[in-house]
Design a protein around this ligand. Structure first.
Ligand SMILES: [Zn+2]
Length: 510
């Protein structure tokens, strides 16, 4: 070995030791700042969350969200909060940017301040007020987990870094106002303005999400009136059927009104409902009034990307109704459709050749989520979550083929109002993944932390090198989009720590 190579080796050795030293120092500093964020700002962050959930930032389907009063009030509050915290605030209409530091952005944090609607009847307290009473340690409110909790934690993580570092690199907290309804304004924002080279979507799961299923929607109109022969009129009739609240929620409630059921038929329906009640947690009511029977089923709502965490009230109601030979009508055609194509499943097991599975991303999910009357015509919306492993064109073809097959079999024409399928997102080699896994493993004392895939589709795909980082913790039920959304005090504290460390380690030099 030559002298030059010896020197090279020595240099390499020195450099490796040094960088490890720097890295050990950085780790210690990171943990110190994380602890500081909690001791100094936990109460402030909680107060900010309580303030944010009071704005009912729900789309109305007519005007752009930033034109609605709740969103204007939210902006006013955020602007004042940023002034108080000495963070910069910029309003781009549907996108708000809160930042620390100068120069080009080193890191972006992607969040959203709009929420799904909430049905107050299904909440113990006002869904737009942080409820600490109902269960100790849990804070219930619409948006507590999705996605105002992460915004509150990120605000105070930024504040901690700003107050405790001598020189601060620029970090942008991007708060979009229409994630739940319309991504178009964020697409424009992400293209028109310079973005950080790496980003975190604070809208999914820990420890780090590197793959998201694609989102899909199928809406069918059951409009045609079947030809009724005279014999048909002796059969009972479904007068009305409804279920679900919005397309990305597994329905918590479903209702049917039936006419002219015989006592035996009533018994049949009730015994099937009772069977389901004893097997899982659906509950039901069956009441008679004159000729009419009112049947309601209550299941458990969940985010439609996690159908296994819910109990679909609509599928269960249909399962009970399908036992009867109904008079032909749009309603009975619909009962036949849901029963035959889904039964009680959510992996397209009965939907022709549509079902498939990806080893890392899991199975395709397909759930009936919303059933209502539009202009007095019955409409069914179904939500899909698509993993890698099948071309979208093939999937579309398979769905259409199965719809044709059902129509031929039943001689009932469907109107396909919408069939939208979007690509899954997969980013296995993002540069920040190892740093995030290391800090998560350290702070959560979980040595086997590994990247995960989720069923939800976040705004991650619109920004460069974006992976998901919280707020939901592995092994815990995700409550966003359900009618019992909450965040625990313990997880909120963990989140504040993890966000402070992650932002520090991925963007700051000191
Ligand atoms: Zn969200």
């Amino acid at each position: 070995m030559s002298t030059t190579s010896n020197i090279r080796l020595l240099l390499l050795f020195w450099f490796t030791c040094c960088s490890q030293l720097v890295s050990a120092e950085k780790t210690a500093r990171s943990d110190e700042l994380a602890a500081l964020a909690v001791t100094t700002h936990f109460a402030d962050a909680k107060e900010a969350l309580a303030a944010m959930v009071r704005f009912p930032t729900v789309a109305n389907g007519k005007s752009a969200n930033d034109q609605l009063v709740a969103f204007k009030d939210f902006k006013r509050w955020l602007n004042a909060k940023c002034q108080e915290l000495n963070l910069s605030y910029h309003d781009y209409g549907q996108t708000l940017v809160v930042a620390i530091g100068q120069g080009p952005s080193k890191l972006g944090l992607i969040t959203h301040a709009d929420v799904q609607p909430a049905n107050p009847a299904m909440w113990q307290q006002n869904p737009f007020q942080l409820d600490e009473q109902t269960e100790p340690g849990r804070w219930y409110a619409r948006g507590s987990e999705d996605d105002k909790g992460p915004i509150a934690a990120a605000l105070y993580a930024l504040k901690t870094l700003q107050d405790n570092l001598k020189q601060v690199e620029r970090v942008e907290l991007i708060i979009y106002l229409a994630e739940e309804s319309d991504w178009s304004a964020l697409k424009v924002y992400a293209k028109e303005y310079p973005q950080a080279p790496i980003n975190l979507a604070l809208d999914s799961e820990f420890p780090v999400v590197t793959a998201e299923k694609g989102w899909g929607n199928l809406t069918l109109g059951f409009h045609a009136s079947p030809v009724t022969s005279t014999a048909d009129t002796t059969r009972p009739d479904i007068q009305l059927i409804r279920g679900g609240a919005f397309s990305s929620q597994i329905p918590e409630q479903a209702l049917a009104v039936a006419q002219s059921l015989s006592p035996q038929q009533k018994q049949l329906i009730q015994s099937r409902l009772r069977q389901m009640e004893s097997h899982n947690t659906v509950s039901f009511t069956f009441t008679d009034s004159d000729e009419l029977s009112y049947i309601t089923v209550v299941g458990r709502s969940a985010h439609s990307s996690k159908p296994h965490e819910g109990i679909n009230a609509l599928s269960h109601l249909v399962h009970a109704l399908a036992i009867i030979d109904w008079q032909p009508s749009p309603e009975s055609a619909l009962v036949n459709f849901i029963h035959n194509q889904f039964a009680l499943g959510f992996n397209a097991e009965a939907f022709g050749t549509v079902a498939f599975n990806h080893p890392f991303m899991g199975s395709l999910t397909f759930s009936p989520t919303l059933l209502n009357y539009q202009n007095e015509q019955l409409t069914l919306t179904m939500n899909l979550r698509i993993p890698l492993g099948k071309e979208l064109a093939t999937l579309e073809q398979e769905i259409r083929a199965e719809l044709s097959h059902w129509q031929t079999q039943t001689e009932y024409p469907l109107e396909i109002q919408d069939l939208t399928l979007s690509e899954p997102y997969h980013l296995p080699h993002a540069p920040q993944v190892q740093t995030l896994l290391d800090l998560y493993a350290r702070q959560m004392q979980q040595s086997d932390a590994a990247p995960v895939a989720i069923g939800g589709a976040t705004n991650a795909r619109l920004f460069p090198n974006t992976v998901g980082f919280g707020p939901s913790f592995p092994g815990e039920v995700y409550s966003g989009h359900s009618e019992h959304e909450f965040i625990t005090a313990a997880n909120f504290r963990r989140m504040l720590k993890l966000y402070t460390s992650a932002i520090y380690e991925l963007s700051q030099h000191e």
